[in-house]
Structure formats: structure tokens, C-alpha cells
Write a new protein. Structure first.
Length: 301
């Protein structure tokens, strides 16, 4: 992999993926209509990074993707906890963007599509990549629809793909709608009530953002094609352990159904194994938040 194209480059995971690729001296073209370009400003210092502040659907992507080895599609404008509203419009909008991105791939360009455990819904027992899908959120429905579109387009237009199903991702810069960041944000603000904190849609596992970026990097570099991978921390109780580290386990966010996502395929075929312990990752997220509060003009990373 010598050059990559990343959608959602200014996002939480997108930024860390771009940084990981640049660390490997891989040239990166990133596209994102970021409201706050702090992350982009930070990585744009690297000579190998090109930033496109454009809407995907309004941009001719081929001049930027035709010499790329991998296209990483992370862009998604719907949050995991988004309400069931305007379903048809939301699905159509996302599929339109996906189609534009996917059709800029070719036989020599792999598409790595970032999906979610949300496609499974909630079920009992072990869940493999081949397990039945039953999304219970709008986000999950969009992700599953896009997964199916990736497979259809790849078969029709003969480009390789890899679908990566991620759990909740945490770490420095985690979006505010996630449970961990909600807990961290009310630190020192006793007027905030615990019952105002909402639960992540995926609590079966949680993965540190640098580990998520590493998994995507490995998928791009790997010869694997036309495959789907569950990406896991390797610790089934990781999300709940994170609440304990945050001293928020009294929130009692417990699942009635014990769903265990199996990630052995990614370890065997991609060589992925999460490295960051939950205590270490939570501390990095806390310190990042505190630094932003004391130095409000510092760059977001």
C-alpha cells in the first residue's frame, strides 16, 4: 500500500487512521466537510497528506482515487443513537454517497468499508461474521444496507473489498454522544445527573481508537479480499470494565442478552490483536479532555 483515500478523514476514527497511514509513509488523500478542521490542521503538516474539503456527492473522485491502492470509507452522518426518522431519505442519502465512493474503485483498488456490530441487533450467544443480521437502530440498518451494496457493486464492477465490523470505539476525542465521554464531560459538575447519561448502542465490546485504526490499516495492507471481519478487543466485558474505570458502574447498564462477538477470524487472517488495556485507554481519554478544558485553544486530536 503506497497511497490511500480516506472518507471521513476529519472524524474520530478517520483522523487516527490517516495518522497511522502517514506514520507508515503512505500518501493519504482525505475528504471531509468538517465543521471544525482542527484534526485536519494537525495532520496537514505532513507532506504526504492532501485534504479535500468537499462534499463527496459533489466531487469527481476519480482524479484523486485512480492511483490509490486502498479506499477507506468511514464517512457517515448518522449517529449510532439516531432516532428512527426519515428512514427512506437517510438510507438513500448514505447509499448514494457509498455508490459514488465504491465506483471510484477498480480491480487494483481495494475498498475497505467500516461497518458496525449494530448490524447484528441483539441476540444470545456467539456471533460470527456469518451470523444472522437484525439491526435494531437506524444506524445499523444503514450499515447493513451499505454492506449489501458493497457486495453487489463489487461483484458487478470487479473490485476487491473488505468489510470491517467495529464495536463502540473510545479514546481521546471520542464524540460527546458516547457513554464514556458523557461520563467524563460531567467530571466536576455535580449538577449533572447520572440518569441523563445514555447508553451506547453497542456494549458487547469497546475498542481503543488507535487499535481500531490499526485494524483498518491491516485490512488495507492485507491480501485479503471480499471478506468480512468482526474486530474485537479480545475481552468480552471490556465496555463494562470501562465504566468501572470511570467509577460509573453504578449506572448499571447491563444487557439482558449475552451476545459474544467472535473476532478470531481477524486475528488469524489479518494478524490483528488489540494492544490497549482499558485502564490505559480510559486514562488517555480523560487526560485529553482535561487538557482541552484547561487549554481551550489547543488543537483537537
Amino acid at each position: 500500500m503506497k497511497k490511500a483515500f480516506v472518507t471521513g478523514a476529519a472524524g474520530f476514527i478517520g483522523y487516527h487512521l490517516c495518522s497511522r497511514l502517514l506514520d507508515e509513509e503512505i500518501d493519504v488523500v482525505g475528504i471531509d466537510m468538517a465543521v471544525s478542521p482542527d484534526r485536519i490542521d494537525y495532520i496537514a503538516r505532513h507532506a504526504g497528506f492532501q485534504y479535500l474539503p468537499y462534499e463527496i456527492n459533489e466531487t469527481d473522485l476519480e482524479p484523486y482515487t485512480n492511483d490509490c491502492d486502498v479506499i477507506f470509507h468511514l464517512a457517515c452522518s448518522v449517529k449510532p443513537n439516531a432516532p428512527w426518522a426519515n428512514i427512506e431519505d437517510e438510507v438513500q442519502r448514505h447509499v448514494s454517497v457509498l455508490k459514488k465512493v465504491a465506483l471510484s474503485a477498480n480491480e487494483q483498488t481495494k475498498l475497505v468499508y467500516v461497518s458496525s456490530y449494530d448490524v447484528y441487533g441483539k441476540r444470545q450467544g456467539d456471533v460470527l461474521e456469518s451470523s444472522p443480521k437484525n439491526p435494531e437502530t437506524l444506524f445499523g440498518l444503514i450499515k447493513l444496507t451499505e454492506e449489501n451494496m458493497v457486495k453487489q457493486l463489487a461483484e458487478k464492477h470487479n473490485f476487491p473489498f473488505v468489510i470491517m465490523r467495529l464495536p463502540t470505539v473510545y479514546g481521546p476525542g471520542q464524540p460527546e454522544h458516547h457513554t464514556y465521554q458523557q461520563v467524563i464531560s460531567i467530571e466536576g459538575e455535580p449538577q449533572q445527573r447520572d440518569d441523563s447519561i445514555s447508553k451506547d448502542t453497542v456494549t458487547e465490546d469497546v475498542l481503543f481508537v488507535e487499535d481500531a485504526a490499526e485494524a483498518l490499516f491491516l485490512a488495507g495492507r492485507s491480501p485479503s479480499k471480499n471478506e468480512i471481519y468482526n474486530i474485537t478487543s479480545g475481552n468480552q466485558n471490556q465496555w463494562l470494565e470501562g465504566l468501572t474505570e470511570l467509577k460509573a458502574d453504578k449506572l448499571s447498564f447491563k444487557e439482558k442478552r449475552k451476545m459474544r462477538i467472535k473476532g478470531e477470524k481477524a486475528e488469524l487472517e489479518l494478524g490483528f490483536r488489540a494492544k490497549t488495556k482499558i485502564k490505559e485507554g480510559i486514562m488517555k481519554q480523560i487526560m485529553h479532555f482535561r487538557n482541552k478544558k484547561t487549554k481551550p485553544n489547543s488543537k483537537e486530536i
